[in-house]
Design a protein around this ligand. Sequence first.
Ligand code: HAM
Length: 432
Amino acid sequence: MWSGLKQTDIVVQAIMAENVRSVRGMNDRLPEEMASFQAIAEHCRKVFSRRNYKELQTPVVESTPLFSRGIGEATDIVEKEMYTFPDRKGRSLTLRPEMTASCARAYIQHGIFKSRPFSEWFYIAPMFRYERMQTGRYRQFWQAGVEVFGDRAPTLDAEVASVLYEVFSGLGVTDLTMLVNSVGDKEDRVIYREKLLQYLTPFSSQLCGDCQRRINTNPLRVLDCKVPSCKEIAAAAPALADSLRDESKQYFHDTCNALQVVGVPYKIDKQCVRGLDYYTGPVFELVSTSKALGKQTTLGAGGRYDGLVQQLGGPSTPAVGFALGMERAMLVSDMIAAETAPSLFIATLGTAAKVHGLALASKLADTNVSVSVEHRDVKLKAQLRRAAKNGFTWALVLGDNEIESGKANLKNLDTKQETEIELARLADNLNR
Ligand code: HAM
């Protein structure tokens, strides 16, 4: 079927065919970008591990009610943004749009609430949301996040928020502000709901269709609607923070004080209500004015969610956490990719040299040098061209003479310096 077509024609045909393109909003990360991604992921791991947080992984696919119950039926995420599909037996599954609900499920499912009720977890994992795409907003994106279960104290909320700040200040981002607010607990919200309804009802005909429905189901969600007319009405709504009970006010006040002592630049923002239903106290969003972010100015966000574990069937458990967007971190960070390992290209002349080259590569296994052996039967010049193009540190030329004499020329491709070395002592010569 392919006969008569040139290799390049096949490649072009394959690229043109719609069904072999990546899904809109879900992007490849090619090796050049991986270096920056890995450097940021490693940086996050270091910052989190320094606080003794432990890494976990959960499945990409979960059963849908985890999110509809956990995040909230009336939220944008659940109403409009989830990738939900039936499995072969008709059960509804969803590609996870976030990790907090999955972590709470794992905390309950594995009896962690009994074996290790105070647990500090972190994750670096891909999430999926069907959102309108723009710079910094994708349909598959990675989050690095932290979830701390089992304790409730304003200093802990401040610690978690300060870890988010530490990640970005450690990446060299300078224009950072932590927007903070309190969305109050269940009791606060019962009081607030009444006030909000009183305010919103006269405007109901001017709200978008979703918000007209939300007025009855969950009026708080009107406050984070993205439709301009709703935004305008929401801007003048009474603030939740103004109707907190004294206890919640005090908790928020103490959290802010701790943030100040730790040195996190924060600003109280009464409009910051977050788009997920599970929050029950202080919430925060770290924003940057970096132009690279376009309209997506939030680098990471989180807050306290003391009701989620119980809501998902576990015991009453306080919890607090955040997640940051890895792609947004890549946009703002000027962190240079982690230094790549020195690399050796073994140019080969003949089959014996290829085999010998493989044996040399195995011998270097316990060094930090990455090795590539030439397997093509092409001229030495073409081999060295490949070595230079692929950024190798050294090239070693192996032929029958070199194998016989046990000596070969090692060329440093940066300095162009060539040295004759003993093959048995190759590793000693690969120090930069
Ligand atoms: P979130 O605000 O939905 O919170 O997302 C947290 C961060 O993930 C955002 O600040 C942003 O950096 C990144 N992000 C979200 N959506 C996208 C997207 N479509 N494309 C690129 N990046 C995105 C949560 O997910 C909560 N689970 C955070 C949390 C953890 N709260 C408590 N614990």
